[in-house]
Design a binder for this molecule. Structure first.
Ligand SMILES: Nc1ncnc2c1ncn2[C@@H]1O[C@H](COP(=O)(O)OP(=O)(O)OP(=O)(O)O)[C@@H](O)[C@H]1O
Ligand SMILES: [Mg+2]
Length: 337
């Protein structure tokens, strides 16, 4: 018997004209086993407007790349919806449809580039167009135009191993722009570039968003990117904690002992505070002087937790009383026994 596959995208409601994407309550949990579980996104919701450059800023391990992978359909979020302008919810899209959808709608600049090693810079840039059956003459014209704009024309016949980090980055950007997608997702796109080259790329992004209404979602630690973004969302521990307007200064980001209430009224306690109360999980609370005071209910409500000994991100052995990895900065949570 052949079962018809229920397609949750069958009744598509296009987004309003001014919106590129709607991200609704997205969660992502890595790892299936309890002790390996990392909740990287904890209910993230926001809109991307057409033609805007939207920055995602936050410390290492806060969930920026996970969010981009989910938006690019490279990772299925554990829960939530990711809507594109025609109303497609890509979190429900079967893999075979996702492949074509991605090629036509999304340009992705990866944190680790993913260029094809045995192909020249030019052929790498042409690849997405080739997969879309664009004739060769048109492919050449477009890739040459992009290479000129990104000043890599003189390196077009070189394979990635013969290119510098900055050149590889610019090839990856040209490749993402090749099919003129409506949304570009860029993970640290200026990571290997000096200030002048970074500005050049951001100018190009800006020109394309003005010319074609392309939207950009860019994660970055680079103050130049933050300054250039129309808006920036600050993410911390898988939650968007704040929105910043045009031209934020990354020095303004929160490193204080701020607690965040998410969109479901939940507050995650910092690891060092949890350590102090030795893993209690039941608290009494009272409101006093407009503050909320929590008190552990008693020793019988304590659960047995254990600090992670090795960083799940880079495997470094973690010294005692350390709550983020000293090498890669990943936030370390504890495991429950
Ligand atoms: N494949 C994976 N399996 C398990 N955990 C993962 C995986 N990828 C990421 N993580 C964890 O998920 C959390 C979010 O990681 P993510 O890569 O999204 O952070 P990030 O903000 O992009 O960090 P960075 O600025 O260092 O690139 C981190 O705790 C990380 O260790
Ligand atoms: Mg990342």
């Amino acid at each position: 018997m052949v079962n018809s596959v229920k397609n949750n995208n069958s009744e598509l409601q296009p987004l309003p004209e001014n919106l590129s994407n709607q991200i609704m309550d997205v969660y992502h949990v890595y790892g299936m086993k309890l002790q390996n579980k990392v909740v990287a996104l904890k209910g993230v919701s926001f809109d991307i407007k057409k033609g805007e450059i939207l920055g995602i800023v936050g410390p290492s391990g806060s969930g920026k790349s996970t969010l981009l992978l989910a938006l690019g359909g490279m990772l299925k979020p554990t829960a939530g919806r990711i809507i594109y302008p025609d109303g497609t919810d890509i979190s429900k899209l079967p893999e075979e449809k996702m492949y074509t959808f991605r090629r036509n709608n999304i340009g992705y600049v990866f944190q680790e580039h993913n260029l094809i090693n045995h192909l020249s810079a030019e052929k790498n840039i042409e690849m997405p167009m080739k997969l879309n059956f664009i004739p060769q003459s048109e492919r050449k014209k477009k890739s040459n135009e992009l290479m000129k704009r990104l000043e890599i024309n003189h390196r077009k016949n070189h394979t990635p191993s013969k290119l510098s980090g900055g050149e590889i980055q610019r090839v990856a950007i040209a490749r993402a722009l090749a099919n003129e997608p409506q949304l570009i997702l860029a993970d640290e796109p200026t990571g290997n570039l000096d200030a002048e080259k970074s500005l050049q790329i951001l100018e190009l992004f800006k020109d394309l968003s003005d010319e074609m209404g392309t939207s950009y979602l860019i994660c970055s630690h680079d103050p130049i990117v933050a300054e250039y973004s129309d808006r920036s969302l600050e993410i911390n521990d898988g939650i968007i904690i704040r929105e910043h307007g045009l031209g934020i200064d990354l020095m303004d980001l929160d490193s204080s002992r701020l607690l965040v209430m998410d969109n479901q009224n939940r507050i995650t306690l910092p690891e060092d505070a949890v350590e102090e109360v030795a893993g209690a999980f039941l608290y009494t609370w009272k409101v006093k002087d407009k503050g909320i005071f929590l008190e552990p209910l008693g020793s019988e409500t304590t659960i047995d937790t254990q600090k992670i000994k090795f960083c799940p991100n880079c495997n470094l052995e973690i010294p005692p009383r350390t709550y983020s990895c000293p090498r890669c900065g990943a936030k370390l949570s504890r495991i429950v026994r």
